[in-house]
Design a protein around this ligand. Structure first.
Ligand code: XBP
Ligand code: MG
Length: 256
């Protein structure tokens, strides 16, 4: 059995439920500030999440759903400027305390630190958003707890391409067989799987029911002693034993 060497976390939907009440609201505020008359509903945003990355999502939406929209500049510049505005609104929402960590995240990260398990982030989101979330919801010093924060445009191809996970493995010189990824979505799972990494999926309202066949374990959240997780799938679910929540012992067992 390989010893668990690193936990690699996705951010949006995994560390925190950032999408519905964070990114989505921030996009809508940016649209309003620019007088665009666009508005992404909770349901519609769920479908738009198939497009990874905020800039890419804006460009896709304009192209697909706003046929009469004429961008004042070229689409890349327009999307980048609108996205920068959206980031300001997003960071403000996080700073206001609107977004908390998902249950069990703080515990798992603390346990990993105490056990010498490396920590890394692999996200499609931009680095500024991630830093603000970590500093506000986890700990002001928490960015330093991670050996690497790989975010946003650091790689050319976003999830579901494997690039961001391959980048983490390469930069930290990790043996992929000793790493475990925590993801919330099919896109993220595809990305990690394509990079050769074992993955635990902690699904949420936006990703519930997606296809997670390549996951080692599929659960509704990390859970904790008082709030047991619900196991809904995973190739390694037989290894759970009597665990009722996800911790480092279970992570280690998944390395078999
Ligand atoms: C989720 C995403 C991101 C966010 C928006 O990424 O698709 O695009 O919705 O973030 P992950 P930005 O789950 O990999 O963290 O606006 O900063 O791109
Ligand atoms: Mg995610």
């Amino acid at each position: 059995m390989k010893k668990l060497g690193a936990l690699i976390f996705d951010v949006d939907g995994t560390l925190a439920e950032t999408e519905r009440d964070g990114h989505r609201v921030a996009f809508n505020r940016a649209f309003a500030a620019k007088g665009l008359g666009w508005m992404w509903t909770v349901q519609q945003y769920g479908k738009l999440l198939d497009v990874a990355g905020g800039k890419e999502r804006i460009a896709y939406y304009a192209d697909r759903f706003m046929p009469n929209f004429r961008s004042p500049t070229d689409m890349n510049t327009f999307a980048s400027e609108l996205h920068a505005l959206k980031q300001d609104f997003y960071r403000q929402l996080v700073l206001d305390g609107s977004i908390g960590l998902r249950p069990g995240i703080r515990r798992l990260i603390q346990d990993a630190r105490e056990s010498g398990v490396k920590l890394a982030i692999a996200t499609t989101s931009s680095v500024g958003s991630v830093m603000t979330l970590l500093q506000t919801a986890l700990d002001m010093n928490s960015p330093e707890w991670f050996d690497l924060i790989a975010a946003g445009d650091i790689v050319p191809a976003k999830k579901p391409a494997p690039d961001i996970y391959l980048h983490v493995i390469r930069e930290l010189e990790l043996n992929p067989e000793t790493c475990l990824v925590v993801e919330d979505s099919q896109q993220g799972l595809r990305s990690a799987t394509a990079a050769g990494l074992k993955t635990v999926v902690t699904w949420n309202d936006y990703t519930r029911g997606q296809e997670f066949r390549s996951a080692a374990l599929v659960i509704d959240g990390l859970g904790d002693a008082e709030n047991p997780f619900q196991v809904t799938g995973g190739k390694a679910r037989d290894l759970i034993g009597d665990a009722t929540f996800f911790d480092l012992d279970l992570a280690q067992r998944l390395m078999e």
